[in-house]
Design a protein around this ligand. Sequence first.
Ligand code: KG4
Ligand code: ZN
Length: 347
Amino acid sequence: MKVLGIETSCDETSAAVVDQKRGILSNVVISQIPLHRPFQGVVPELASRAHFKKIAPVIEEACLKAGIKRPDAVAFTQGPGLMGSLLVGRVAAETLGRIWDCPVIGINHLEGHIFAAELEGKIRFPLLALIVSGGHTDLVLVFKPGQYRVLGRTRDDAAGECYDKVAKILGLGYPGGPIIDRLAKTGDKNSIIFPRPYLEGTFDFSFSGLKTALLYHINKRLKRPMNAKIKSLKKPILTPGEISNICASFQEAVCETLVHKTLDAAQKFKIRQIVVGGGVSANSRLREMFIEKCQNQQIAVSLSSLKLCTDNGAMIAQVAIHKLSSKTKKRALTNKSDPALPFKNWA
Ligand code: KG4
Ligand code: ZN
């Protein structure tokens, strides 16, 4: 079975062909980052227009690279995401489904981030998935494809959102994650001790207090009132050394929190396999920490290659392969696009 996967939930236009037996045959990703950079964040209207412009050539290229004329099914991201962007992917998928006379199947983006791990190696169930992206920080027990139990999620900012907001405060640019990751490499992670928001007794996350602590730190350094709002720092105010130290210390607090809570959950539910997915799983310190701690506890950890951490069509096709081969009759209740699509069991 060959599935064409279409991903247009946010700021990447992507199409990929995945073969059930041979894996990824093609995975074309066009990033809209340069388009949104001047606004320091994704502008929904610009995103949907850009998806509309690129979707046909991206799909054409994916099929050409995979050497196929038509797939056996078309999958697209149903949600969560930006409504206008999601609709572009759905319309493309449904149009092609009619032309090719093949099944069309809507996929939850977050399930995609979990199953991206499977495109590069075997994963064993039950597993614990940490999904860390621009919009989500979810800790999910995965018993098998389609059977989940959400243990916790963020109560405010998602991990990626926190990276992006902190980068904005420091005047570093967009998206913040990769920039902070790079600058942190030359900083001292122990120079500032930011709070670790563990929220003991729950598996929920909360990162907005950490962002405020960073803001207070900068205000103190600039001798401003503690609660003074900083829109965006002009570069010369802090030295490059200070900025690197702030980035390294902030990153340490985020990564320690994510790893600590994930390992706690793994211990509680006696899980031996962890999967980390979503854009923030590309973070070098987070990867290093997970590898080290999981090795110590003899837990297998699956971290995708960088191209499969961020949004891509291959992960959408991979979930579709599971859904199409599952015996669950209720698997495709609706293909309706939903910006707040909940994480649901298939039956
Ligand atoms: O999964 P993704 O591509 O899109 C969403 O579904 O949101 O994740 C994008 C997020 C952004 O917030 C970006 O700053 C973050 O992932 N990100 C990173 C890194 N690369 C991307 N965060 C930390 N370190 C990175 N290296
Ligand atoms: Zn994503």
